[in-house]
Design a protein around this ligand. Structure first.
Ligand code: TXA
Ligand code: MG
Length: 350
């Protein structure tokens, strides 16, 4: 399939540029568009023929449901049964990188929600995403615009690399601001939240507005044998680089010693390192390729860089990639969750 490209620059008149993209969505086609988290692969959420094409384009199992993107929080009424906790969340965090699971109305076909009775709703902040949804005048179902199993695209180049030829159009809106997918929560009967996927809206942010937040086990641990995933996405392998990723839990000295001990002449090694440690590590490990991961403690920058680094290192045929294990507080929990999955839980305690 020939893929049209639309480019948005700072001065672009959004509605003129996006009109054609909106027409494609309204007529059942697929359009890749930027959001503040990662690029999305969008289709009319109410059209089952259109959303079934998303699963095909991504190579995604059909029981792994899609998030529907709405222009304003109240639009959730058209597609779901809301409640007061939803509006409390909306008041504080929407538009923004928060996805809420709600009971679905019939307006969302089963194909879009992977056969579930619930549907995931998100009101994005990115101006291109918002303008596109408004022009379509319907919710846009969109998973991340990567091929199933690879890291979510945070730049136009990576969205293009995965989706060119598989979709009707791609909108180039530059780099995504945050770089990790939205926080996903489920509202429980007792008004507490279950955190299904950590993101920029942190557990602490959600607690600050008076809600009790339980982190789902699968966020930090492997699903045990026979355990059912609360979120279907939890059971699938994610972001696995071709070379094994190994997470090192220790100081830079301990990391350097471990990497040296496990070095051999036939190995090609990549090390993802905090900027603070780069000088030390490049002296200690002259044979390794170092990739800068932002300053230690600058989790926003690490979030922006992570998926790009996983894709960049993947191109270079490494035998092994080492990276530091992040803390689990604040945005650290989102980094931790993505990194342990990319590493298939391969963590070395030094
Ligand atoms: O930031 C984001 O959320 C991006 C952008 C494009 O908005 N989208 C995204 O979608 O990350 P996706 O499909 O790659 O991840 C959505 C996750 C999946 O793991 C899926 O299993 C889960 O949300 N999910 C969707 N609907 C659900 C539901 N009804 N109940 C539980 N989990 C659900
Ligand atoms: Mg995804």
């Amino acid at each position: 399939m020939e893929t049209k490209l639309f480019s948005i620059t700072k001065g672009s008149n959004l509605s003129t540029t996006l009109l054609d993209a909106a027409d494609i969505i309204k007529s059942g086609g697929l359009v890749v568009f930027p959001t503040e988290t990662v690029y999305g692969l969008g289709a009319d959420a109410t059209n089952p023929t259109a959303t079934s094409k998303i699963y095909l384009a991504k190579g995604r199992p059909s029981d792994n449901p899609l998030i529907i993107h709405i222009a304003k929080p109240e639009d959730a009424e058209i597609y779901t049964y809301t409640n007061s906790i939803y509006y409390l969340l909306a008041e504080h965090f929407m538009p923004g990188p928060l996805t809420v699971i709600l009971p679905s109305r019939e307006s969302i076909p089963l194909t879009t929600r992977g056969g579930l009775q619930t549907v995931a709703v998100r009101c994005p902040e990115n101006r291109i995403a918002r303008a596109l949804i408004e022009l379509c005048d319907v919710a846009i179902a969109a998973p991340s615009a990567n091929l199933s199993g690879s890291p979510s695209p945070t730049t136009f180049e990576y969205a293009y690399a995965d989706m060119n030829g598989r979709v009707d159009a791609i909108i180039d809106g530059g780099n995504c601001d945050f770089g990790l997918e939205s926080t996903i929560v489920k509202i429980n009967d007792d008004n507490s939240l279950t955190l299904l996927r950590p993101g920029k809206i942190t557990k602490e942010d959600l607690e600050m507005i008076g809600l009790e937040v339980v982190v789902a086990n699968a966020v930090t641990q492997t699903l045990s044998e026979g355990e059912t995933a609360i979120s279907p996405g939890m059971k699938y392998k994610h972001y696995a680089p071709v070379a094994p990723l190994v997470l090192l839990d220790g100081t830079k000295e301990q990391a350097a010693a471990f990497i040296s001990e496990n070095m051999s002449v036939d190995k090609k090694v990549a090390v993802i390192a905090y900027e603070d440690d780069v000088t030390y590590l490049s002296d200690a490990l002259p044979y390794a390729d170092l990739y800068k991961f932002g300053a230690r403690g600058n989790e926003e920058e690490q979030a922006r860089l992570l998926f790009k680094l996983l894709r960049d290192t993947d191109k270079n045929d490494y035998s092994v990639i080492y990276a530091p294990l992040p803390d689990t507080s604040g945005i650290g929990l989102a980094l931790y969750n993505r990194m342990i999955r990319a590493a298939a839980h391969n963590i070395i305690r030094l």
